[in-house]
Structures are given as C-alpha cells and as structure tokens.
Design a protein around this ligand. Sequence first.
Ligand SMILES: O=C1O[C@H](COP(=O)(O)O)[C@@H](O)[C@H](O)[C@H]1O
Length: 241
Amino acid sequence: MQITVAKNRDALNRKVADFLLQKEKEVLQEQDFFTVALSGGSTPKALYRLLSGDAYIHQFEWSKWHFFLGDERFVPVTDEQSNAGMCYKNLLEHLPVQDQQIHFFKTENTTPEKSAQEYEAVLRNFFTPAKTMDVLLLGLGTDGHTLSMFPYGKVLHEATKWVDYFWSASQNMYRLTLTKAAANLCSNAVFVVSGEDKQQAVYEVLKGSQPPQIYPAKLVDPLNGQVYWFLDEAAAAALDR
Ligand SMILES: O=C1O[C@H](COP(=O)(O)O)[C@@H](O)[C@H](O)[C@H]1O
C-alpha cells in the first residue's frame, strides 16, 4: 500500500492527475486501451475539472480510455444525486471521447435488478475473469463506506457477483455498486480523500481494529493489484496519533 499526503485539496488533485498520467503511460505500453472506473460523490468533482481543464486535458490519450462507474444511485442522469450526471458535467462533457467509451449503469426505463444484471454483463464482456479495471478510483464516506458498500450492508458479503443493488431506506433510493469481488480484481485501487471530516474514517480504515462490516473500505484489497491512498493533510491528520 502506498500513502501520499498533499498539503491541500488542490495539491492532492494534482498528485492524482500526475499519477493517472503515469499509469496511462505504463498501461498503454502493454495494451492499446486504458480502463478507469470513476468514483462518485462530491470529492472527485474538483479532480475531474482539473483533468478536463487546460492544465491536463491535452496530456492524456483520451481516445484510448474506457470509463466505468464504481457505483450509482438509481436516479435519472439529470438528477442532482446521479454519479453519472456529476461525471458528465465535470469531466466527460469536456473530453474528446465517444459514447462507446462510456460504460455506465442504466438508471432509466429499467429496474435496479435488471440494471445490475446488465452492468454485470457489460463488465464480464469487457474484462477477463482474472482482471477488471486498470484504475478503480474510490472515495471514502465519513462512515467508512466506499463504492456503495455501506456499514453492515448485505452487499459486503457478495463474493461472486461483480455488481449488486440494494434498497437504502435511509437514502430512500436504490443503489448499484461494484462488489468487493470486482474491486479486488482491479490493478490499481486509488482512494482519493480530502477534508477534516474524513480524518476519523481514514484512521479507522488504515490503522483501526474495527472490522470491515463497520468500515467497509477495509474490504478493498486487490488480489494482484496495488492500493494507493491520496490524502490531503486534513484527511490524514489522525494518522500521526
Ligand atoms: O455515496 C457516495 O459516497 C462516496 C464518498 O463520497 P463523498 O461525497 O464523501 O466524496 C463516493 O465515493 C461514492 O461514489 C458515492 O456514491
């Protein structure tokens, strides 16, 4: 595992952007496409704007990228809560990419169950049984969740399917998510975490003794891949305790 701590959120995002440049280069020496699962929520918005802005947009080989999503809320893409909508707005709408390069969950004119099954098929068609995405971008909730793997969720036990769904009563919506089975076949799991409100969760996941049922991000442990944590100083503050 590699932990990188940056002074603040802007410096953190630059480090992640440089890491992605390096990984893209390495991967494209071995194969002619680069697969990345984007994370949702609010933290990656600034990273996505950085990647699609003047400083970085011309540095990547976007035509070689294939974009996936780590998890999704079962709402239309136009809904404020849609992870896909956030990714389009902050990143994809600004990039020279074709629709065929974007592989997201369907959330309209379908059911959560069908959507999960279809996404499973999309992933199984694209990847091999031994390896999923080159880079899996991940966030961390203040409660220790990553993807839509929430504390005590039944999805935490799913060891075979790559995609699952569940009803979240507290959020009043269905959620769709890659499971630990898919996450742990990625080549590079990359957590990007910023802000003081995340410091306790960061501490518990990296140094605490609580089980993964309570801090689900602990379940991310790729079989043949690496885990990277990119933190800003505020998120990392409790690690020195
Ligand atoms: O609900 C979600 O939360 C996590 C963390 O999001 P953040 O807003 O605290 O940055 C995110 O990684 C996940 O994709 C999202 O669906």
